[in-house]
Design a protein around this ligand. Structure first.
Ligand code: NAD
Ligand code: UGA
Length: 463
């Protein structure tokens, strides 16, 4: 079957960039991305691609090239489902906040709604692709809904998890390490897999397209995120030991990373990992292991999260301790709020939790982030429900100029590794601050010797 029409339900951080790249690389395929969120779709359709809702380096150019040609953004979900041969489901799968599995299991209500809608609308055979990250064996549930509520048409379910990282989404999509496609081992299943392989083959070399059974594919995604997060918790655990022993975590990371069996990537000690997925996916894995009675497996992976929470809390405690055990009434400037550089995404950012701790200690937080709005910052804090919105607003202010944000501050905390922070006139910042002027570098990005030379009291992670 030659694929000419694709739709994707969910125009978020995954659906938007993934479909934009498919459309760019496959001009013969019409790609429609749909979402219930009208504001988000309007932003994707904004004439000025600088205003698309997701900031990713290079994404605006790809959207400019393909949008209106073979890439469309719409709120008409039913029409898109009806017309498409392949339907990607790329909706959010957050941690459940209620009921059984609360705080651990993935909330699959949005996935189920999509499945029911596809079943209701589809009048011919469809390939349904799980793009969202899902618990192993979700395809079974989707298949059951489709087969029992549909119009008698045939559905093939594929698992095609996404491995892009935010901030590098475009290059990750253009040159993926691998594309993983899981499907049924029946003849129809194989045909569906081939159809999706053909789409990716427009730009991905054949040896990078891996096909497996559905369950391996679903579980590989959770496993990949668990392994990646585990590396960060491992190096962060060593960072605390480095601080006690005189070792330097950057040197340790370099030394172990040169062992080709360990590898040098993902060994950057930090204030703790954030982002919408690592914590959610590991909790989901822990929950799955528990439901199978695998308590040792569950405890093993849960420790990655426990370590990460500890690393965030440790950072705020160190600030309080160093500032003579009180930050009450002191201005503390956060450089960065996003969970990593080159994204406007703040979900689960360490900055949120560090700020929350410091507000509990009555600090005044000033924030500068090149891509995050004041509204987003306040929404993030209010979502925690530690205190009311008015109290948060009284404790936090945000600035569009970093020098203004740092003026009169007692301390600066680096929460995101934005490149521009290394380019600042640090002498000018020092001159405008309270003395002694402290810097807590939660990302180990600044030049310690230069800053100490200026007169800063500079503290990094793990040294
Ligand atoms: P997101 O919240 O940015 O986007 C999801 C979108 O789906 C939202 O815009 C929402 O309005 C829409 N939606 C929800 N239910 C819908 C429905 N019934 N009909 C139409 N639209 C609906 O989420 P995201 O970051 O893009 O993540 C999506 C999935 O991809 C998650 O499972 C996540 O774990 C996974 N993932 C995310 C990343 C990442 O970097 N963010 C990377 C790999 C995988
Ligand atoms: C991560 C994975 O890298 C992707 O492969 C995956 O597709 C995605 O999750 C997902 O499933 O959502 P992402 O969260 O976007 O991508 O970004 P990462 O680069 O993995 O960074 C995650 C967090 O870890 C960030 O807060 C980052 O600052 C932190 N980090 C990363 C470190 O503290 N140290 C490191 O060495 C690397």
């Amino acid at each position: 079957m030659e694929i000419t029409k694709i739709c994707c339900i969910g125009a978020g951080y995954v659906g938007g960039p993934t479909m934009a790249v498919i459309a760019q690389k496959c001009p013969h395929i019409q790609v429609t991305v749909v979402d219930l969120n009208e504001e988000r779709i309007a932003a994707w359709n904004d004439k000025d691609t600088a205003n698309i809702p997701i900031y990713e380096p290079g994404l605006d150019k790809i959207v400019s090239e393909a949008r209106g040609r073979n890439l469309f953004f719409s709120t008409d979900v039913e029409k898109a489902i009806d017309e498409a041969q392949i339907i990607f489901i790329s909706v959010n799968t957050p941690t459940k906040t209620y009921g059984k599995g609360k705080g651990m299991a993935a909330d699959l209500k949005y996935i189920e709604l999509c499945a029911r809608q596809i079943a209701r609308v589809a009048k011919d055979n469809k390939i349904v692709v799980e793009k969202s990250t899902l618990p192993v064996r979700t395809a079974e549930a989707i298949k059951s809904i489709l087969d029992n509520t549909g119009n008698g048409v045939q559905f093939q379910i594929l698992s095609n998890p996404e491995f892009l990282a935010e901030g590098t989404a475009v290059s990750d999509l253009l040159q993926p390490d691998r594309i993983l496609i899981g499907g049924d081992t029946t003849a129809e299943g194989k045909k569906a897999i081939e159809a999706l392989v053909a789409v990716y083959s427009n730009w991905v070399p054949a040896d990078k397209i891996l096909t497996t059974n559905v369950w391996s594919s679903e579980l590989s995604k959770l496993t990949a995120n668990a392994f990646l997060a585990q590396r960060i918790s491992s190096i962060n655990a060593m960072s605390e030991l480095c601080e006690k022993t005189g070792a330097d975590v950057n040197e340790v990371a370099k030394a172990i990373g040169m062992d080709s069996r360990i590898g040098s990537k993902f060994l950057k000690a930090s204030v703790g990992f954030g982002g919408s997925c690592f914590q959610k996916d590991i909790l989901n894995l822990v929950y799955i292991a528990k439901t199978y009675g695998l308590h040792e497996v569950a405890d093993y992976w849960e420790q990655v999260i426990i370590m990460n929470d500890h690393q965030k809390r440790r950072f705020s405690s160190r600030i309080v301790q160093t500032l003579y055990n009180t930050v009450s009434g002191k201005k503390i400037t956060f450089l960065g709020w996003a969970f990593k550089k080159d994204t406007n995404d703040t979900r689960e950012s360490a900055a949120i939790y560090v700020a929350d701790d410091l507000i509990n200690e009555h600090a005044n937080i000033a924030v500068y982030d090149p891509k995050v709005s004041n509204k987003k910052i306040m929404d993030d804090l209010n979502y925690l429900e530690t205190r009311n919105a008015e109290q948060n607003a009284n404790s936090v202010s945000s600035f569009s100029d970093p020098y203004e944000a740092c003026q009169n501050a007692h301390a600066i905390a680096i929460l995101t590794e934005w490149d521009e922070f290394t380019q600042y006139d640090w002498q000018k910042i020092y001159d405008s601050m309270q003395k002694p002027a402290f810097i807590f570098d939660g990302r180990n990005v600044l030049n310690a010797a230069e800053l100490r030379g200026i007169g800063f009291v500079y503290q990094a992670i793990g040294s």
